[in-house]
Write a protein that binds this ligand. Structure first.
Ligand SMILES: Cc1cc2nc3c(=O)[nH]c(=O)nc-3n(C[C@H](O)[C@H](O)[C@H](O)COP(=O)(O)O)c2cc1C
Ligand SMILES: Nc1ncnc2c1ncn2[C@@H]1O[C@H](COP(=O)(O)OP(=O)(O)OP(=O)(O)O)[C@@H](O)[C@H]1O
Ligand SMILES: [Mg+2]
Length: 511
């Protein structure tokens, strides 16, 4: 077998170890699942190209062990006719598209083209063809690899299958060592300086591979395998807002060009800045109200935090949450006082300095005249280069937005009401209104012990619906909450619970 021989004949011990481990995972997968119920997720990228050839080798070795253990020779040209799924997108590079089709033809891959997003495409696929496991070229360091193992069940909310990641622990160098050692064909873009490939809208050649040549009008790049620091693999990819499944490049002003994602869900987190809340002297009404407001427009609140009036506490929290959620809402710690450090925290989180913003200063002058703490208005110092002012005629000063952080100036409920309404009314509001969540709430006097097993099972059967419980007192009723964007699913899950207990055990309540 060409691949197996090339690796064995090479003197690269590290590559041999990586190869052996990956091929072991592949063989175990073929032993665990029926061949027809396994698929390969192939997109013509370098990682999936490596995986293709590992699959060919693993399949050969698996066949050798299982079908030919009686000493017969296996045809060394044996093909691996694995079901191969390709999510074809109009935003893919034509070179990627043609390489994928050509490679599938050369290696007899059974190509199944999907033209929708990953999640709904997989949903349909699994309904049409039983699929238990999918091979992916995911590697540690990929944004979506966090928390994954070589065998990782698909995430909650995704259709159920096993994600098999044979090259999870491979480095950038390992990938190129394999491709060059085995002399396998790869997509031509990698010879033009691309080091990781997303869509035509978010990928450019890696600037670290630029060839300095002042005589040439055109910029030239070295091939991808020349990149010495693998950590810079994604330097040619625009940063994406984390939890969206489709490509969503963040523009320099922090707005994303998502359009109306009506039925999916965006996540938000809320950061309250206030020592007084932590001391227990003041109560936070704004956080709880914001949760309701976000839920009402179909956003999911992933996290609410209260942090101290301290630059590092704010910066740490902002840095962490902005990489996880689509939007971060922040309030508290705004003003001229020594404790008002929220904007400094945001600036620090994004690695920029605070600089005077003339436009904002003008607004403040209208509001408070020339009464400043020093020789200039410190409140007009805003994070440089990342700040956008959100104007609305109802607001005396605009709201401040830094990348995906919206800083609300509200200090109480009614100020929040005004600011929130203005935010939603902006012609190009960054707070896109999504399909709302539907909810149903059932109350019961049955005990936790009587209900727990049925509810746990329900969570598995209705994985798209949030099913949770709460009680207002230890002795009072238990309230079971069903929340989701699909009303039929919500109703069905609630009805399913009712049917498993005697009639009248549950009655509907308002939240
Ligand atoms: C076959 C397949 C299965 C996936 N399964 C999951 C999953 O279970 N959970 C998840 O969050 N993302 C899943 N994804 C999405 C990927 O994590 C990731 O968003 C996608 O590969 C795009 O990678 P990129 O952002 O580097 O282009 C899956 C993607 C594919 C192709
Ligand atoms: N459009 C797609 N169709 C099928 N599988 C995909 C698609 N996009 C991603 N995948 C799967 O996710 C894996 C990880 O994607 P990723 O973009 O990180 O790697 P790659 O495309 O193989 O290489 P590169 O990092 O150079 O772009 C792929 O190897 C492939 O298994
Ligand atoms: Mg890619």
């Amino acid at each position: 077998m060409d691949i197996d021989r090339a690796i064995k004949e090479s003197s690269d011990r590290r590559l041999q170890t990586k190869y052996n481990n990956a091929v072991y995972v592949i063989q175990r997968t073929f032993s665990l699942y029926e061949f027809e119920q396994v698929a390969f997720s192939f997109n013509g990228g370098k990682d999936s190209t490596v995986l293709l050839h590992l699959l060919r080798a693993g399949y050969y070795l698996h066949k050798e062990k299982t079908d030919y253990s009686n000493g017969n020779q296996l045809n060394c040209m044996l093909k691996c006719p694995i079901r191969t799924i390709y999510f074809e997108s109009p935003c893919a590079f034509p070179e990627i598209n043609s390489f994928t089709y050509e490679t599938a033809a050369v290696y007899d891959l059974h190509l199944e083209i999907i033209r929708s997003d990953f999640k709904s495409g997989l949903d349909t696929l699994l309904k049409e063809k039983p699929t238990k496991a999918i091979f992916l070229g995911t590697r540690i360091g990929d944004p979506n690899a966090v928390g994954q193992e070589q065998f990782s069940p698909s995430s909650t909310g995704w259709p159920p299958f096993m994600r098999v990641n044979p090259i999870l622990d491979w480095s950038y160098r390992d990938v190129w060592a394999f491709i060059l050692t085995c002399k396998v064909k790869y997509c031509s873009l990698y010879d033009q300086g691309y080091t990781s490939i997303g869509s035509i809208h978010d990928t450019v050649p890696n600037a670290l591979l630029t060839i300095a040549d002042s005589s040439s009008m055109k910029e030239n790049f070295k091939p991808a395998y020349m990149l010495s620091d693998g950590r810079q693999e994604r330097a040619g990819r625009a940063k994406k807002i984390s939890s969206m499944s489709e490509s969503t490049p963040v523009l320099s002003n922090g707005l994303n060009n998502i359009g109306p994602h009506k039925n999916s869900s965006l996540t938000a987190s809320i950061i309250a800045v206030g020592d007084e809340i932590l001391f227990g002297t003041a109560e936070d009404q704004i956080g709880a109200t914001l949760c309701k407001k976000l839920q009402a427009i179909g956003w999911q609140v992933a996290h609410v935090a209260v942090v101290r009036n301290d630059v590092d506490s704010v910066a740490d929290e902002v840095e962490h949450r902005t990489s996880k959620d689509d939007m971060v809402f922040m309030f508290g710690g705004l003003g001229p006082l020594h404790s008002d450090v929220s904007l400094a925290g945001v600036a620090k989180a994004f690695g920029v300095r605070l600089a005077p913003d003339e436009e904002f200063e003008e607004y403040l002058r209208h509001l408070i005249g020339d009464h400043c703490t020093g020789d200039r208005n410190e409140m007009a110092l805003l994070p440089e280069g990342i700040t956008e002012l959100l104007h609305h005629e109802m607001l005396p000063v605009p709201l401040i937005k830094c990348r995906n952080v919206i800083i609300l100036a509200a200090t109480n409920f009614s100020e929040l009401e005004t600011q929130w309404e203005c935010l939603l009314q902006l012609p190009s509001t960054p707070v896109v209104q999504m399909a709302p969540f539907m909810s149903k709430h059932l109350s019961t006097m049955l005990s936790d012990i009587e209900t727990t097993q049925v509810i746990s099972k329900l969570c598995i059967d209705f994985s798209d619906i949030y099913i949770g419980c709460h009680r207002k007192s230890r002795v009072g009723p238990l309230i079971i909450n069903f929340v989701g964007k699909d009303n039929t699913g919500v109703e069905l899950a609630a009805e399913n619970l009712r049917q498993r207990f005697p009639a009248g055990a549950f009655y509907e309540v308002k939240p």
